[in-house]
Design a protein around this ligand. Sequence first.
Ligand code: GDP
Length: 298
Amino acid sequence: APAEDSPAEKPGMIARAMGRADAPRRVMDDAMLERLEELLITADMGVSTALKVTANMAEGRYGRKVTSEDVKGFLAQEVTKILEPVARPMPIYPKKPQVVLVVGVNGSGKTTTIGKLASQFRAAGKSVVIAAGDTFRAAAVEQLQVWGERAGVPVMTAPEGSDPASLAFEAMTRAEAEGADLLMIDTAGRLQNRADLMEELAKIVRVIRKKDPDAPHNTLLVLDATTGQNALGQVEIFQKVADVSGLVMTKLDGTAKGGVLVALADRFGLPIHAIGVGEQIDDLSPFDPDEFAKALTG
Ligand code: GDP
């Protein structure tokens, strides 16, 4: 066989999508591009981002013969181009306390992410206070207390059903008095009544701004990768109720395909600070666009 038809390639997803079983090098034509689009959509990238990625990939290459390894590399490159500008760790300011408001729907992984972040900040020598702002869910408060213990960080709580804003205010007072570097505030994530959610978050923000007009310094939206394209809708909702400054995507260790991160980056351009890759305290990784793109297209 000619060198260009080397059988060294493994027939992975892309190879199958290219229909390369019969010929390792194939002309990049409409049929191939359509199959690649389908593949990216199946990986949760969404239609418009999948179309954009394949179109950019095909530029200057359309009509040429390519191997599946070539295509993998080209696609990874295009995905990296979208992801690179948004891959940024959560900024740390020389502000005491730096107030981090954490929002997201219930079950997305807010509590877990707060615990993991608190542990990372502690390891970096920062002092942290956590406020259990979802005062309506006793289980959430208990969970957060468990995470606080694991991370070695105090968790401020209030009686069930009490006003999250007054808890936030007290937590702010304590964090200031103790000279804490960071105050992380958990919030409720009930989407059933958006007006209530909006009012509750607005009140928390109003109250902490009495102490520091620049607070919250970060508003992290936690998204669950297994919800696929629903994550896009959640960003839209939370951008309406809070001034979202960055994203954390959880549960990327499971069955989630992860393409939704590319769609999010493409559509909103919000910084992606970290990704959750498990249920343990160390299972929060910096977001590495190159590695992510390769895994996605591999
Ligand atoms: P909250 O309601 O938003 O506070 O969500 P929780 O933090 O309680 O998380 C909901 C569930 O998701 C829990 O069972 C967590 O253990 C799990 N979880 C959170 N983050 C991750 C992750 O990155 N990977 C996996 N596999 N599970 C996670």
